[in-house]
Design a protein around this ligand. Structure first.
Ligand code: ADP
Ligand code: GLC
Length: 495
């Protein structure tokens, strides 16, 4: 099974969120199952720098070609690298599409405001992927695309590349990581795509008068997946579908939800280079204490006291329910019942509100604004509880990393959080299935109740230790989800 895996970010090359973690780990898991996987991403400035920083080879392939983009032909040159090698796994080739004007920029997508030419950049990338695939020596069985940045790929494969033997027989999969980001651009960007205007209609590429790239991918792909079964259901009605619920419901036969896994080598408290003392289930108390000391030193504190440490790590976006966290900090910050640490970056207004809240309770709230991979690992190791109070959450990886580090997740019952965390009740404790604290209503009081339940449980050493050990024993590796993708690929493959 030969698979072309197309994404706009992949760890450790370039990352703004969970998509990168998926695109950095799932290909390796598929390769372990015998798939021949090639990953394609843009050659961002950050991707080239990170390859160097991680000691990964990055070299020109010598392959250069012109990519049709509207009336122009724009040159792409292809670099080659590999995902970090893993013991017992075939190494996965990564091809990077380089064009300095498009990708040699400080950030991936712009920010705080998106780059005004993102439609151009990702139309170029998507078309370059097909041109690149046509120039390979062996045909692809599956082209697996992720999110709006690659939404044109299934359309190109079906509409423009049917006479190219390396791609013509491929089946396309469109994986949706987040319905809230659809890549919606003004209608004249249709000209960039090189596709006939007849496809610019409400059933295919058009969305309220604009061009919608995620919709395009959903319409033209042979199969559509999203990153958890619950989210697959939620997006078939409003508000989860963000306007595309009708389309998704009409494609329900082709739509499935496969829960994300995690890279258990990168996120492993027994080997993590970002934490001071490695630990396993039976040594988590020591490991966590050492991580707390290191974190306190990093944040400029004295050695921490024995209050539970409650963390939040994530994008500061409306999706993540940071407004509930801010209210929670207001309610609990002064009580002395817990210490809090928040690591995130994103929306200016949210950052400002967090700053104000942290300055009201400087003794109990640590705030780090920024994106810091190493610190995210250290916080996961140091914390006792991880807040994931999302408004909606397609899958969520933070709660999975938390569990691997013996950090008990406190999550809202939405999307993938429903599929991955089991609320702690007398029944689930008895049954041995409890793995966190779950609340339903999107309001700060409900979050506070869940946190108070967690704090009560924390005060009972037996209950807490058994919870911590149980979550650390869970297997969230990619193995079983990769098998589900492989089954999907095989079910679609042409005989
Ligand atoms: P999403 O993709 O919606 O942001 P996920 O939970 O799937 O949410 O993945 C988030 C990923 O981004 C995790 O790997 C998390 O550790 C990481 N992350 C988010 N914010 C930060 C930050 N400020 N610094 C470091 N890592 C972060
Ligand atoms: C998106 C979602 C997140 C998911 C990630 C990886 O960013 O917001 O829930 O875990 O993609 O699939």
């Amino acid at each position: 099974m030969r698979v072309l895996f197309v994404a706009s970010e992949a760890s450790p090359f370039a990352k703004t969120g969970g998509l990168a973690d998926v695109a950095g780990a799932l290909p390796g898991a598929l390769a372990r199952l015998g798939c021949d996987v090639t990953v394609v991403i843009p050659a961002y400035r950050e991707a080239v720098a990170n390859a160097g920083a991680h000691g990964l080879p990055i070299e020109p392939t010598g392959m250069t070609f012109g990519v049709p983009l509207g009336q122009l032909t724009v040159e792409a040159s292809i670099l080659r690298s590999r995902l970090p090698a893993k013991e017992g796994s075939p190494s996965v080739e990564v091809l990077l599409v380089a064009n300095d004007e498009c990708f040699d920029r400080p950030t991936l997508y712009g920010g705080p405001v998106d780059y005004p030419d993102n439609a151009t950049r990702f139309t170029f990338f998507s078309r370059a992927v097909l041109e690149l695939a046509c120039r390979q020596e062996r045909p692809f069985d599956v082209i697996h695309c992720h999110d709006w940045q690659t939404g044109l790929v299934p359309a190109y494969q079906k509409l423009l590349y049917q006479s190219w033997p390396m791609v013509s027989r491929a089946r396309t999969v469109m994986t949706i990581h987040n319905m809230a980001y659809q890549g919606v651009f003004w209608q004249w960007d249709m000209l960039l795509t090189g596709l006939d205007w007849k496809y610019f209609n409400w059933e295919q590429m058009e969305f309220y008068g604009q061009l919608n790239l995620l919709k395009t991918g959903i319409v033209f792909a042979d199969a559509v997946t999203t990153v958890s079964p619950t989210y697959a259901r939620e997006i078939q009605s409003a508000p989860g579908g963000c306007g595309l619920e009708g389309l998704l419901a009409s494609r329900s036969d082709a739509l499935s939800g496969i829960v994300n896994g995690i890279d258990v080598d990168v996120w492993n408290p027994q080997t993590d280079p970002h934490i001071p003392r490695h630990y396993a289930e039976d040594s988590s108390a020591d490991g966590k204490h050492a991580a707390k000391v290191a974190l306190a030193a990093r944040l400029g504190h004295a050695v921490p006291d024995d209050r539970p440490l409650i963390a939040f790590v994530g994008r500061l976006a409306e999706q993540k329910g940071v407004d509930l966290v801010i209210e929670l900090l207001g309610r609990l910050g002064g009580t002395g019942r817990a210490h809090f640490v928040v690591l995130g970056t994103g929306n200016d207004g949210i950052e400002e509100s967090l700053r104000r809240m942290a300055s009201s309770f400087p003794e109990t709230i640590d705030l780090v604004i920024g994106f810091d991979e190493g610190l995210a690992h250290l916080v996961q190791a140091a914390a006792d509880m991880m807040l994931v109070p999302s408004r909606y959450e397609p899958c969520g990886l933070t709660q999975l990393y938390a569990m691997r580090y013996g950090t008990i997740p406190i999550v809202r019952a939405t999307g993938g959080l429903v599929d991955t965390v089991v609320d702690t009740t007398p029944d689930t404790l008895r049954a041995g299935t409890a793995s966190g604290f779950v609340f339903e209503a999107f309001d700060a009081r409900a979050l506070e109740q869940a946190v108070l339940r967690a704090l009560d449980a924390h005060a009972n050493a037996d209950v807490w230790t058994s919870l911590v050990q149980r979550v650390m024993r869970q297997d969230w590796s990619w193995d079983s989800s990769a098998r589900e993708y492989l089954t999907l690929y095989k079910g679609m493959a042409r005989g």
